[in-house]
Unconditional design. Structure first.
Lengths: 271, 246
């Protein structure tokens, strides 16, 4: 397809998506707040950057990443790939699905979850704000890495669930219990940020690839329905980052404490 | 010496390279070593990657000079004005307006209508499926609007976030028992799809701006959390919608 056409299409779609929110912002600014915006042209330039940037970003994803990523997801979940050896022997009906037949799928889910979350624009935004507000105590990169690890682990477990066909709600409820337990132990400063990171992880980059993976798995495993079992991966990708971000704060506090104790010991030893 | 303008333009570009490198590595590894295939349309992929890079760099720069200052500026202005009604109306429209046109939501609600029709929960006619999908979309948009209102109220009043969210989770668990089976996966997912790339920076800036301009609020403790509401409330609303419709 013509690049220019594709760009215009994506740009128009982005505009349509952004139009309601722009109307709300401008309407309130002009009618309710009636206040001058500082550096108004700079802000407008910023909005244009965001729009054009998002259009470029989405177009590039559609051109470069999504087709290949989705193809790979369907190939990796294809029984012909999973049961390569059996197919070579001429056996094409798979009787029982064992969870460890799908090790490559879990590995793919883990790494694609990690990689796409690192590139997620809304998480970049939250990371920037968190670093600024915390005065550098929470680093943008550290937060994003923690969130990405959470997504990676969550999505792998989500794939395991689809393969084994266990109930979604069981996993989610256990995850919630862990989140609640952590909430009472983790440093209180991190908690709002951790809860927020559950929501930001799943948008532009992650969702299409995860959906392809989930649907591919559910469609090829006997006894799974893509319509019922295909959903739910996003839920995993939203709950696990909450745990990993609180975990990140707990570990860094523990390391800090241990560092201080060591320092004290060394001081004592010096005497 | 590199001029300041150029340096400002280069930094997001370099960061974008760092942010995107993992995806490329993962794809190359699985394509080359696991599936043992070459990358089809290498040229198209390279061109696409350049667009992704430029786009991400522009987006980040635009956040710094546009979306963040705007969101925070409006939060300060609302706090100064002191009119809670306008602030809450703004919060509602911000949540509703960004969600109602969200492409991911439109896609998910269409799929959900298919599930319901195949499961025999609604009629398999076009009209019935469309009205179900539309209702679902409106439910989610309303729920995000309500969520931002609740989140802003929390910042104003100073309720501790974890109690709100844990309470919300309990409601989710309880409703899971009563909601029809077909809606649960969609309900759980709907929490994730609602928060789009433009909503998140604006909503975050609004929360942080409000918390830093209201006396006695800590931007770190009170400023974040709006997105958490926006991912929780839709689950409740969608399950409720399922109980009503199915």
């Amino acid at each position: 397809m013509n690049m220019l056409e594709l760009f215009i299409d994506t740009f128009v779609a982005t505009m349509r998506d952004v139009l309601p929110i722009t109307a709300v912002l401008v309407g309130f600014q002009l009618l309710v707040l009636r206040q001058k915006i500082a550096n108004v042209w700079r802000v407008i330039r910023g909005f244009v950057y965001v729009l054009v940037g998002l259009a470029f970003f989405l177009m590039g994803l559609q051109e470069a990443i999504f087709p290949l990523g989705e193809l790979m997801a369907s190939q990796l979940t294809n029984p012909e790939f999973i049961y390569n050896d059996l197919y070579a022997q001429g056996i094409t009906t798979i009787q029982t699905v064992r969870w460890d037949d799908y090790l490559w799928v879990y590995a793919f889910a883990f790494s694609i979850g990690l990689a796409t979350t690192l590139a997620e624009p809304s998480l970049i935004a939250v990371g920037m704000k968190a670093e600024q507000v915390s005065g550098g105590a929470v680093s943008a990169w550290g937060l994003r890495l923690a969130v990405s690890l959470g997504v990676a682990i969550g999505v792998s477990i989500g794939c395991y669930r689809i393969v084994t066909g266990t109930d979604l709600w069981l996993y989610i409820i256990v995850a919630y219990i862990i989140v609640i337990a952590q909430t009472f132990r983790a440093p209180s400063m991190i908690i709002p940020l951790a809860y927020d990171s559950g929501g930001v992880t799943t948008s532009t980059v992650t969702v299409p690839l995860l959906a392809a993976l989930g649907l591919g798995l559910a469609a090829t495993i006997p006894g799974r329905s893509p319509l019922i079992d295909g959903f739910g991966l996003i839920a995993f990708a939203s709950v696990f980052p909450i745990m990993s971000v609180m975990g990140y704060a707990q570990v860094s506090r523990w390391l800090e404490k241990r560092g201080k104790e060591k320092e004290k010991e060394e001081e004592r030893d010096a005497f | 010496m590199i001029p300041k303008g150029l340096r400002n333009a280069l930094r997001p570009l370099l960061e974008a390279v760092r942010d995107l490198a993992p995806i490329v590595l993962v794809i190359l590894f699985f394509q080359g070593f696991v599936l043992k295939q070459s990358v089809p349309n290498m040229e198209e992929m390279l061109v696409g990657m350049v667009f992704v890079l430029l786009g991400l760099a522009l987006f980040v720069r635009g956040l710094e000079i546009g979306l963040f200052p705007m969101g925070e500026g409006m939060a300060h202005a609302f706090a100064k004005k002191g009119n809670v009604f306008w602030l809450l109306l703004f919060a509602f429209l911000l949540g509703f307006g960004t969600t109602v046109a969200e492409p991911a939501l439109i896609a998910v609600s269409g799929k959900a209508a298919e599930v319901a029709a195949q499961g025999g929960m609604i009629e398999t006619t076009e009209v019935a499926m469309e009205s179900y999908a539309f209702g679902l979309r409106m439910t989610v948009a309303l729920s995000v609007g309500t969520a931002i209102v609740l989140g802003v109220l929390r910042i104003l009043v100073g309720w501790p976030l974890h109690l709100c969210i844990i309470g919300g989770y309990f409601l989710v668990v309880i409703m899971t028992y009563f909601a029809p089976h077909e809606i649960i996966g969609i309900a759980y997912d709907s929490g994730g799809v609602t928060t789009s790339t433009i909503t998140v920076p604006l909503v975050t800036a609004l929360g942080v701006g409000l918390a830093s301009s209201i006396r006695g609020r800590n931007p770190m403790l009170d400023g974040f959390g709006l997105i958490a509401f926006a991912s929780l409330v839709p689950m409740l609303f969608v399950m409720f919608y399922g109980m009503l419709m199915l």
